[in-house]
Design a protein around this ligand. Structure first.
Ligand SMILES: Nc1ncnc2c1ncn2[C@@H]1O[C@H](COP(=O)(O)OP(=O)(O)O)[C@@H](O)[C@H]1O
Ligand SMILES: [Mg+2]
Length: 333
């Protein structure tokens, strides 16, 4: 076994899911490192939940495989080993819909039993995990009296009550107020410090960028980036150059190709995604580059040499990662 394999908690290999003629998830491959938080970021409808449901064995992939780490080896998930593998995995997929007349103690005890947590220890475990989310006073209160944030925290706790080392959480912060979101973020950090691997989806960049070690960006079912936050930002150093033209040029495609050729050696491939984008309506080129002044001049010189009439250019001072995310989304659409 290679060292690399030892460090992988989940290996997603070529996952694809079609719904009729529509491909919701297309050939996604990701190795999730152990003990890290991996943010799974993409706009609504990008394919996050569908991917996570395939990882959870809830829907069948059209193609591809999922491997989980078990006893030091990566084992392909299948029907017969699913229960055994999932004893060490916790899921929160979409909005948890609990029986509202039940209490957290009843629900969590049920989940712990279901996942085979040692019976004698369940009572204490349930009390401990509820403390973890600061809800011990609510342990025996009916869920129907809970706020959305409280329900979500109980949902989170139900995913981890059996103490799994891997957590797969689909938008655990969505729909929560800022205070509850912050609480969830702190709980996730605490879980990471306990050594858990967390695969965490969100459609909001800031929900994952602060706590994730790595971020996978998905759009239209395709993976458009997968790297550490630092590397994604480093690639984007000062990043976005916006060049407004006076006239609509004729040879846009050729121009995009020429600029791309100059830029690619500088910023590298972004998983094959275009780093030059042209907005026809605004007559604006958007070029992702490394922020180097010399390279900025190179880009502008090339455009002028090609006869483009530039009316204005700027490097907007937006959040680096934000502009990367937006850039990737626009290029993918
Ligand atoms: N059961 C289904 N049947 C048909 N289309 C679906 C089904 N589930 C999801 N989709 C479609 O697949 C795409 C991805 O959905 P989803 O994975 O829920 O995205 P996300 O979680 O990123 O918002 C969407 O266009 C959605 O409408
Ligand atoms: Mg979703």
């Amino acid at each position: 076994m290679t060292e690399e394999v030892q460090d992988v908690a989940i290996s997603i290999q070529g996952l694809t899911r079609d719904f009729g003629n529509f491909t919701a998830v297309s050939d996604i491959s990701l190795d999730l490192p152990r003990g890290e938080i991996i943010g799974f970021l993409g706009p609504n409808g990008a394919g996050k939940s569908t991917t996570m449901k395939m990882v959870a064995g809830l829907i069948k992939p059209s193609e591809g495989k999922v491997f989980f780490r078990k006893n030091g080896e990566l084992v392909e998930l299948n029907r017969s080993n699913r229960d055994a593998i999932f004893r060490d995995v916790g899921f929160l997929i979409e909005n948890p819909d609990f029986y509202s007349h039940m209490t957290p103690r009843q629900i969590l005890t049920y989940f712990a039993e279901l996942k085979g947590y040692p019976r004698k220890e369940i009572k204490k475990r349930v009390e401990d995990v509820v403390k973890l989310v600061d809800m011990d006073e609510w342990l025996d209160k009916k869920i129907k009296t809970f706020s959305k944030g409280m329900r979500q925290k109980i949902g989170l706790v139900s995913a981890l009550v059996h103490d799994p080392s891997i957590l797969i959480l689909d938008e655990p912060q969505t729909g929560l107020d800022p205070k509850a979101r912050k609480e969830v973020r702190e709980i996730l950090m605490k879980l990471k410090s306990m050594g858990k691997t967390i695969f965490l989806s969100s459609h909001l960049l800031y929900e994952v960028s602060e706590i994730s070690d790595k971020i996978a960006i998905i759009n239209h079912g395709q993976l458009v980036a997968f790297d550490t936050v630092e590397k994604l930002e480093a690639k984007m150093k000062k990043s976005l150059l916006q060049i407004e033209l006076r006239e609509q040029p004729e040879n846009i495609d050729e121009m995009i190709e020429t600029i791309s050729k100059i830029i690619k050696p500088i910023v590298g491939e972004l998983n094959g995604k275009d780093i030059v984008h042209y907005n026809y309506n605004l007559k604006v080129f958007e070029v992702l580059f490394d922020g180097n002044t010399e390279n900025k001049h190179k880009i502008l010189d090339t455009m002028m040499a090609k006869g483009l009439k530039i009316s204005e250019f700027s490097v907007p001072r937006t959040n680096l990662l934000e502009s990367l995310y937006i850039g990737l989304m626009e290029n993918g659409s």
